[in-house]
Design a protein around this ligand. Structure first.
Ligand SMILES: *Cc1c(COP(=O)(O)O)cnc(C)c1O
Length: 372
């Protein structure tokens, strides 16, 4: 079946999948989807060329992409992505959390990688189109959601290395996901990596660039070898300023109760500016906890944890929302945060954010965008 649907000025050609899952098959898949392995019936594709700009927008059956072996992105890694979720609200509607912020970040990543910007309307229009046809894939189970993965890569064919590609493919795929960490919110043990760095000044750390992840796997493997769950990245120059944990931003809680205050590493250009991070910087003061963007060294982290001044540490990001850090290991030894269990500030902020995302708390910030 072919039809078309106009969203945000660009017309999406709609080709429905002849192999759409039946409601029973879908329900079985949504029962325990895990993370990132089950995909919906359709995907969005939009092409770009220098002459035409963005064109040929489609909703089509989910499936493989055929590429010439000399496709530029396979050789020179011009590829960026985003990650956000669609949530089922109690009234049955489907909503995203701050998709405009993802659109803006996608375009900042594009600029850094010498790729064309997509425009917020087209980015959100792609999400709207996919949710219109695959909205039934948004699970209603607690802590479940439909993870949305927009991405863009270079499609010029040729090995010339001096110039960015002149053609690109934007795609949006969607994957129902259950709770990110199975077994509930468990504190993680982290490894302070002194052997590897994620991002250097002037580099690509601020962009959601695929290569940043490729470069992180060995450090993550080293963390696992050390009996840890996640790697903590330190700055590339002095190897002592804390930047991020894996693919999540970090928060440090000093003091407790009404006197608690939060510190998160400042965006120096080597950190990924998380939308969850930004949201918590606004939410925490509303709950009575001041926030500060600052600098934390590994020495200060250890000393403050040992003295009890530092009471909680957590990581935050779209996929896992908020994850407490219970234990820290590094080449110089190890220590525990608080008593190693999730602290009250961590737990309260997680509840608040999750309630906003799932629509059980009124959205006073204009962060929720409802679709169908
Ligand atoms: C995506 C990402 C984050 C978290 O960003 P959110 O917008 O909160 O999901 C943090 N660090 C890195 C390296 C990331 O890629």
């Amino acid at each position: 079946m072919n039809s078309s649907t106009t969203t945000s000025g660009l017309t999406f050609d709609v080709q429905l999948s002849p192999q759409r899952k039946t409601p029973q098959e879908r329900a079985a898949l949504l029962d325990d989807p895990g993370f990132g392995t089950v995909f919906t019936d359709h995907m969005v594709t939009i092409r770009y060329s220098e002459e035409k700009g963005w064109y040929d927008a489609r909703l089509e059956p989910y499936g493989p992409v055929t590429l010439d072996p000399a496709t530029a992105s396979l050789h020179y890694a011009q590829e960026i992505f985003e990650g956000l979720k669609a949530y089922r609200h109690p009234d049955g509607t489907v909503a995203c959390f701050r998709p405009e912020a993802n659109a803006a970040r996608f375009n900042r990543s594009a600029r850094r990688m010498a790729m064309p910007e997509l425009g917020e309307e087209l980015f959100v229009g792609a999400i709207e189109t996919l949710l219109r046809y695959d909205g039934e894939w948004v699970p209603s189970q607690q802590s479940s959601s439909l993870y949305l993965r927009p991405f863009m890569f270079a499609t010029d064919v040729g090995l010339g290395v001096n110039n960015p590609s002149r053609t690109y493919l934007f795609m949006l795929i969607a994957s129902p996901s259950g709770a990110y960490f199975s077994g509930g919110v468990k504190p993680v043990t982290v490894w302070l990596s002194e052997d590897y760095t994620r991002a250097a000044p002037g580099g690509t750390g601020e962009a959601k660039f695929a290569g940043n992840y490729a470069a992180s796997f060995l450090a993550q493997a080293q963390a696992v070898e050390q009996g840890c769950d996640q790697v903590v990245w330190l700055d590339a120059v002095e190897h002592r300023w804390v930047e991020e944990m894996g693919g999540m931003n970090l928060f440090f809680v000093f003091g407790s109760g009404d006197d608690a205050r939060l510190v998160t590493p400042a965006l120096t250009g080597t950190l990924l500016p998380g939308i969850t991070r930004d949201s918590l910087l606004k939410l925490a003061p509303e709950l009575g906890w001041p926030t500060e963007e600052g600098r934390i060294s590994t020495d200060r982290w250890r000393e403050a944890a040992l003295s009890g001044e530092l009471t909680e540490v957590f990581a935050c990001g779209t996929a896992a929302v908020i994850t407490p850090v219970g234990h820290v290991k590094g080449p110089g030894g190890e220590f525990t945060i608080g008593d190693g269990t999730p602290g009250p500030v961590t737990t309260r902020l997680r509840e608040e954010l999750v309630a906003l995302q799932y629509g059980t708390r009124a959205d006073t910030h204009g962060w929720i965008r409802t679709f169908a």
